[in-house]
Write a protein that binds this ligand. Structure first.
Ligand code: GLA
Length: 725
């Protein structure tokens, strides 16, 4: 049993293979958080020490006990207005206008398997793999009930948390803020590791000390955003890549989020992950509920590397779904950086021909194929094939391409509309817009109100009408601006950012149901909606609009802290690179793109025969290593933000083979020999390097490292090792 309950002491213990999470409903019914960390036996109640703290109030039931204060006690789901002056997990505005929610224990339930969430993505697991604990808390006055959900995946060392808030009282209440996870640490100093960025430079690693100040990161942009990723690590001071304790919090959601971390007056640390409170006022009538999206928690006692590998496994096994969950994906050639919007059907066909010649599996026709879409100022919303531009029907084009033995994929941006479009002219009231105000434009486009079913239905039918014209085997779902003009024609105000995301999920689910064979790739100006929520629908997401392999080293490094390599859309593009102007060797571009879904985004016709031959070889190499890359354990070997050599490796779970990848980011004259230490190998086993035939003990490769060849700037070195004998 992963979930243990001591009925008498009302202690709830969640055990995974290596971790323990414990809480207790105390004598006043307050759900205290007792412990989260390495697996331990018994009760951790003794850790909670009460002291009389001036200006920290005492709940009335505590009588004259001035040492009992919610301001200092570790709590599982702190409400507000209870004398806890730290950040709350839940803020309610009650029917009488008061802002108070005093949650007390009201019961629990245990079941086999992992709970699911209505309309929201969540980790899934069978009865053998997981157990669920539901703890109910209630505010005695307003009768607001909170069901705390805990999913325990023992073998994966994962604990998921979500909360369902229900108005069981009379009159309307408003949820002003709701988190799904709160971690209160009664002891220790921590750092917060978060991943900030911008369009074309997503997920930069940042480690900051958690001080006596509330650190808040999040998104108010409507999507999870390029600016902050909805996943963080709380690291003990001594935690490094390979050692020390650290906690992960990964939000399974694609919209506005908020993560807070603060050390309080007496040295406790509180971390919260949940919905952003900005633009959020969620009214609940009698009987109505709000489900807070899930947070996936893990604790690793062996540093960030182990934490990442656990998340990779969890996402691959318990978030990914459908045909491509465990299957190799086609190598694709995308038309965007080859032609942008300037193409014809013949040019697309030529690209497909090149693909066939180079051994590439699929041709993706990116933006520009519909309506009057000759530039990015018009036609979004008009999902009608421009046959004049293509010179044929879509069906004919696909048939010709398939005739070459090449699969076909297509780009869409269903949530958006341009003012210059037939759709906007017919339905100007379908966009997010505040009555009486002009909307904010971005890329000259507006956002359709995807919280409205009629809007989704219309777009869905339009898109299906396109997909039904031929054998479409891949769809790239883009989303190229943020949400600004938050107003709903249909729902009470304050719900729209949440309902919008639910609309996106409903649309995605419907698309997958209707086209279960299609490979869906998420995208939002590259990696602006790269989160565990979208990965539930699309097993890959375009990692960044930046295809420069040197910048990608950092982007993919940051992404790797939570998300598996098999989810990272990554392509070889032309030089000079279109985003940075940098010139890098084709080999380097290949090595970096291989640590992702692998594909191309260039016009091979512009390459020399020598380069084309190199591409053929690259494609063959990738196929050789694809299984190892997709299913192997991922090891970060250096830090590309700090080290000249960016290095990482894939190691088969059983240690039988490894693929080492190194790129030199900057060079100097007469430099020292570089050495890279591998990880994850079998220490006593002998490994043979394919290229040289040299053999090395795993222990030697890990403890002393391997000398690198003399590499020039931006050059890559990729080498494969197999167990000898
Ligand atoms: C976004 C995507 C690109 C490309 C363009 C098309 O920027 O991230 O890959 O599809 O849109 O407009």
């Amino acid at each position: 049993m992963a979930i243990l309950v001591d009925e008498e002491k009302r202690i709830f213990t969640l055990h995974t293979e290596h971790t323990t999470y414990q809480m207790k409903a105390d004598r006043y019914g307050v759900l205290l958080h007792l412990y989260y960390g390495a697996r331990v036996p018994g009760s951790m109640e003794y850790l909670v020490v009460q002291r009389d703290r001036g200006f920290s109030g005492n709940i009335y039931d505590a009588g004259e006990d001035r040492s009992y204060s919610l301001d200092t006690l570790p709590q599982e789901y702190p409400g507000s207005g209870t004398g806890d002056f730290r950040s709350s997990a839940l803020v309610m505005r009650n029917a009488d206008g008061s802002e108070c929610c005093d949650l007390r224990y009201a019961g629990y339930e245990i079941s086999r398997g992992k709970y699911a969430l209505q309309g929201l993505p969540a980790v899934y697991a069978s009865g053998e793999e997981a157990e669920t604990l539901k703890i109910t808390l209630e505010d005695a006055v307003t009768k607001v009930r909170v069901q705390l959900l805990y999913g325990v995946l023992a073998a994966e060392d994962m604990i998921t948390r979500s909360a369902i808030i229900t108005n069981c009282g009379s009159g309307q209440v408003v949820v002003e803020k709701a988190a799904s996870a709160c971690l209160d640490f009664i002891n220790g100093d921590y750092d917060l590791i978060s991943f900030h960025g911008r369009h074309m430079m997503e997920r930069n690693f940042q480690r900051t000390e958690i001080l006596h100040a509330n650190q808040v990161i999040g998104s108010r942009r409507g999507a999870s955003s390029s600016q902050y990723n909805p996943a963080v690590i709380l690291a003990e001071k001594n935690a490094t890549e390979d050692s020390g304790g650290c906690y992960g919090m990964v939000f399974v959601y694609s919209g506005n989020f908020q993560c807070e971390a603060e050390k309080d007056q007496v040295g406790n640390t509180r971390a919260l992950m949940g919905l952003a409170d900005a633009h959020f006022h969620y009214p609940l009538k009698e009987g109505e509920s709000l489900t807070v999206p899930e947070t996936i928690l893990t604790y690793s006692g062996q540093g960030f590397g182990e934490l990442s590998r656990r998340y990779h496994r969890c996402i691959r096994e318990h978030i990914f779904r459908g045909k491509y969950q465990k299957q190799s994906k086609p190598i694709l050639l995308n038309s965007w950086e080859a032609f942008y919007m300037e193409f014809t059907g013949d040019k697309i066909y030529q690209l497909a021909k090149e693909s066939a010649d180079l051994g590439i599996d699929m041709l993706v026709m990116d933006d520009g194929w519909f309506g009057n879409r000759f530039d990015d100022n018009r036609a979004l919303g008009d999902w009608v094939v421009n046959e004049e531009k293509l010179g044929c029907t879509l069906g004919e084009l696909i048939t010709r391409i398939n005739g070459l033995g090449v699969k076909f994929g297509i780009w869409i941006e269903p949530e958006m509309v341009n003012e210059d479009s037939d759709l906007y002219r017919a339905h100007p009231d379908w966009v997010l817009q505040i009555p009486g105000r002009k909307p904010v434009r971005s890329r000259n486009q507006l956002v359709l109100d995807f919280s409205r079913k009629e809007v989704r239905d219309y777009i869905f039918d339009q898109i299906c009408a396109v997909l039904d014209q031929g054998n479409v085997e891949y769809v790239k779902w883009d989303m190229n601006r943020s949400l600004v003009d938050l107003y709903s024609m249909e729902h009470p105000q304050g719900k729209i950012t949440y309902e919008y995301v639910l609309g996106v999920y409903e649309f995605a689910e419907r698309l997958l149901k209707r086209y279960p064979e299609i490979l869906l790739e998420g995208c939002s100006g590259g990696g602006g909606r790269f989160d565990a929520g979208m990965l539930y629908y699309s097993t890959q997401i375009w990692c960044s609009d930046n295809t420069d392999p040197i910048d990608r080293l950092r982007i993919q490094y940051g992404t790797s802290f939570f998300y598996p390599v098999s989810a990272m859309g990554s392509h070889v593009s032309a030089v000079p690179n279109h985003q940075t102007g940098r010139i890098t060797p084709l080999h380097t571009r290949g090595v970096v793109a291989m640590s992702g879904t692998f594909g191309y985004e260039l016009n091979p016709a512009a390459m020399s025969e020598e380069e084309r031959e190199a591409v053929r070889k690259q494609v063959r190499e990738y196929r050789k290593y694809e299984h190892l890359i997709r299913t192997g354990d991922y090891y970060r070997l250096t830090d590309p933000f700090a080290d000249a050599y960016a290095a990482w490796a894939f190691v088969a779970e059983d240690g039988s083979e490894a693929l080492l990848n190194v790129v030199l980011q900057e060079t100097h004259a007469n430099k020292a020999v570089g050495y890279i230490k591998l990880k994850g190998l079998k220490s006593e086993a002998l490994y043979r390097e394919d290229e040289t035939g040299n053999t090395y003990y795993g222990g030697a490769l890990m403890e002393a490292g391997i000398p690198l060849p003399d590499m020039g700037e931006y050059q890559a070195y990729q080498t494969h090792f197999s167990l000898e004998g």
